[in-house]
Design a protein around this ligand. Structure first.
Ligand code: F6R
Length: 608
């Protein structure tokens, strides 16, 4: 993961670089560093921990520079430490920041050691700087050295390079990891994410795989894989997308939970008309193409995968389309059979998740009819590389734990179901029912958010425990998995989810008075069976917290019933997500964890 940023300007860039790093802390926050060019010298600062610690160091040194690179790290190779923090340097001349993974770094280290280089860190990144220095010493100019270095590197990278002998330019290269250039007024920038430089530039150039670029304060030169000078498309990005303040909330996650009614309205905006979805909401030609789809393959990771699992139920039950769902990290390694007329659907908040991008690229080489993504970042790799795209329009999600991205993905997936069902003789009453329910969804979510006070009462009992079990059946099983994921990632309580009927096949052995069991029990044809499963838990002393909109005939000796608002059954998975997000948040608050930036995680997982 990691975030990189570079700036070439007429003014002092040190604070700009640190501000940009703060905006990219979602990509990693275990150490940070920068290198600033000053005449024939470089100020090189590193700090273990968050960007604010680097900022303190910077304040005490107060360097001024018009050319610099900076990095915030999420450790892949080598523990979080100052030694492993970027920028890495070679021969007191070359300074580099890197995002990605150099897969052949071990063999490159051996080569470099044989050439007399001393390896100073445990990272895979350090080799990049030494290779550049090695090629420079062989009388190549810096651009040629970058191309020669690229030939040696296997893996994914976005790199920014500062050369002590060059006070004008910053050199950039990318392969599989995101990197873009921002054009400012007599200044130019590069970063892993437009958020980092959004306030400084409004025109962006997304570098393509194997591009190399050189930026100075007044020039931008881009070269393709064959070293030919090339122009890449300029994109303008809506400045609203850049809004990243917590406002009245304690955490971004809290803010993002409470933003969900508006976020869902934004997803629906312009996509629904009368009693149906509009044509071509996934892009021009999508409605025509969707008529031919006979099967669907969904790939995604984490929370986005849970959205895919809910959607697979909808797709087969509502649109009659058989759907398979795979972890993006597994999909391409199982030699999947691709049926004719299949649509490949990827789901992602960031659109930069390395495994999901790799699955899309793998899929594009197979016989899929087409590819579609549901994604929250219109400029992302997934959005750009998919044939069709639905922008969830949830606004920036900063909290590492995904909340509004998930419920807007589910809303977008229901729009996909309706778009596919359009040409499949869908019962008009059912279509009207779903559209009506979608329109009411934001207000239903508002009602679910009002459960906060009830949830605050149960949070202390769960916060004391070290384990929790989530139960759901049918389409609520992926929602229970999402609830368990939220709890474990921000409160560090070990949480598992099971389809309730599976309990007696093993997990029941875990139940005693120390095991909180959180059950999703909406009114449905199997609610009676679920209640029997809950009785089995109660009989063994488990603490039950049951979220339900129906009267369940059961006395709880420990635990609580929480009455859910009523809502159309088909959209209940979205509604039942809300109290689970609030529960995870309130429990984490009591346990005093770093809610927006949980340990060991990062928001955008750009490594495989
Ligand atoms: C969990 C979470 C992750 C992401 C996953 C995929 O709260 O946020 O599990 O869902 O890393 O990320 P995207 O959706 O950006 O592809």
């Amino acid at each position: 993961m990691c975030g990189i940023i570079a700036a070439a300007s007429e003014r002092n860039v040190s604070e700009l670089l640190v501000k940009g790093l703060h905006k990219m802390e979602y990509r990693g926050y275990d150490s940070a560093g920068l290198a600033l060019h000053q005449e024939n010298d470089i100020t090189h600062l590193k700090a273990l921990g968050k960007v604010s610690l680097l900022e303190e160091k910077l304040k005490s040194e107060n360097p001024s520079s018009t050319l610099g690179i900076a990095h915030t790290r999420w450790a892949t190779h080598g523990e979080p430490s100052e030694k492993n923090a970027h920028p890495h340097k070679s021969n007191e001349r070359i300074y580099i920041v890197h995002n990605g993974i150099i897969e052949n770094h071990l063999e490159l280290k051996i080569f470099l050691e044989e050439e007399g280089y001393q390896i100073n860190s445990e990272t895979d990144s350090e080799v990049i700087g030494h290779l550049l220095d090695y090629f420079l010493n062989q009388r190549n100019n810096i651009l040629d050295s970058i191309y020669l270095t690229k030939e040696k590197l296997d893996g994914a990278y976005a790199i920014a390079v500062l050369d002590i002998k060059d006070g004008e330019n910053i050199y950039l290269a990318r392969s599989k990891s995101p990197l873009l250039i921002g054009k400012g007024n007599n200044e130019n920038f590069a970063a892993s994410d437009p958020l980092a430089i959004g306030k400084l530039a409004n025109e962006f150039i997304f570098l393509e795989d194997d591009d190399v670029a050189v930026i100075s304060k007044s020039t931008i030169q881009i070269y393709d894989a064959t070293k030919q000078s090339i122009q890449r498309k300029i994109t303008e990005i809506d400045s609203e997308y850049q809004t990243t303040s917590k406002g009245e909330y304690k955490h971004f996650m809290e803010k993002e939970i409470y933003e969900q009614p508006q976020a869902i309205l934004n997803t629906l905006d312009g996509r629904v008309g009368g009693d149906d979805v509009r044509d071509d909401i996934f892009g021009i030609g999508s409605s025509e193409l969707f008529k031919k789809v006979k099967r669907i393959q969904i790939v995604a990771c984490g929370t986005s995968l849970h959205a895919g699992r809910v959607a697979s139920n909808w797709l087969s039950a509502i649109a009659g389309i058989p759907t398979q769902v795979d972890y993006a990290s597994e999909y391409r390694y199982r030699n999947p059979h691709v049926d004719e007329d299949s649509l490949l659907v990827t789901i992602s908040q960031s659109g930069e998740t390395a495994d999901t991008i790799a699955a899309l690229r793998y899929g594009k080489e197979k016989d899929y009819l087409s590819t579609t993504t549901i994604c929250n970042v219109p400029t992302s790799s997934l959005a750009r590389e998919s044939d069709f795209f639905l922008y969830t329009n949830a606004g920036p999600e900063i909290g590492v734990a995904s909340t509004k991205a998930f419920t807007t993905q589910l809303t977008g997936l229901m729009l996909l179901v309706l778009s596919l069902a359009k040409s499949r003789k869908m019962n008009p009453k059912l279509r009207k029912r779903i559209i009506t329910a979608l329109r009411k969804l934001p207000e239903k979510i508002e009602e679910a958010l009002e459960l906060k006070q009830q949830i605050i009462k149960i949070a202390p009992e769960i916060a004391k425990k070290e384990n929790a079990l989530f139960l759901g059946r049918g389409i609520f099983y992926p929602i229970s998995k999402e609830g368990a994921l939220k709890l474990k990632e921000i409160s560090y309580i070990h949480a598992e989810a099971y389809p309730a009927g599976e309990l007696k096949h093993g997990p029941l052995a875990l139940i005693d008075e120390n095991m909180p069991v959180i059950a999703l029990a909406p009114e449905s044809e199997i609610v009676e069976k679920l209640v029997s499963n809950l009785e089995e838990v109660k009989a063994r002393g488990g603490m039950l917290y049951v979220f339900s909109d129906t009267s369940i005939k059961m006395d709880l000796s420990s635990g609580k019933f929480i009455n859910m608002p009523e809502c159309d059954f088909l959209l209940k998975p979205i509604l039942y997500t809300i109290p689970l997000q609030i529960l995870a948040y309130e429990v984490a608050l009591l346990r005093g964890t770093e809610i927006d930036q949980p340990r060991n995680l990062a928001k955008s997982v750009t490594v495989e």
